[in-house]
Design a protein around this ligand. Sequence first.
Ligand code: PDD
Length: 278
Amino acid sequence: RVAYVNDEYVSAKDARISIFDRGFLFADAVYEVTAVIGGKLIDFDAHMQRLERSLREIQIPNFWRIEYLRQIHERLIILNDVQEGLIYLQISRGEADRDFAYPPTQTRPTLVLFTQQKSILNASLSAKGLSVIAVEDLRWGRRDIKTVQLLYPSMAKMLARQRGADDAWLCDGDYVTEGTAQNVYIVKNKTLVTRSLSKSILGGITRAAVLKCATGFNIEIAERAFSLAEAKSADEAFSTSATTLVMPVVEIDGCTIGDGLPGPITKNLLTQYIKELV
Ligand code: PDD
């Protein structure tokens, strides 16, 4: 397997960065995960536009044009023969003496990419639906920036596993914010509800595409916060992300959602997403 580290294609197992890299010491880094299906990148430009925004928000200079990043992605797909899976890209502020303040002179940001083979299409199409538990959302207040600060979502996912569930939905007070690495939705009386964009959630690329697909359906779309109680009594629930597409959720904290099977609107949105983007 080949990875990319600062202008070089290297064997993934030999790829190295400095112990002084601010990504390692301060989680001072942002990332993107783009799905690959049939050897093709899914919604690539949107992912790179969000990357540019993340970099801007934490003042890491952006030295890379989208076209250049596309070339690296495409080269890695070929080198690693990725038919289905993902490409992970991370940019950190780079290497500097450990200090909370950003380095006074411009460091060279560290750019890293690697690939992972993963079944996406079949896994989504045949999904029976997930069981999730609700966990308090204790992440920081700038969840709109895609930083590599992922310890809390990791803890929440492990807690879910330890309790016999598949994943966790995070709650800010009574209201659901996101999954551990997904945007979340409910359907009630033919209204699709998903939290509106703010600093509380990541603006998912899949979210934007799925909401666009939904405008062609005969349903209402409400972008607003929904409570955990509302979710438990919904007709359908699902989550979205680049690597899980539209994933049904059939149980929340032991409560069965609808009839316990993936709902019709959820399934239609998955089909439409695949039709339009894959
Ligand atoms: N996670 N919310 C959070 C907190 C996320 O980490 C992600 C993506 C999403 C969905 O965004 P998108 O549709 O652009 O993938 C929402 C990626 C997949 C990850 O960390 O692996």
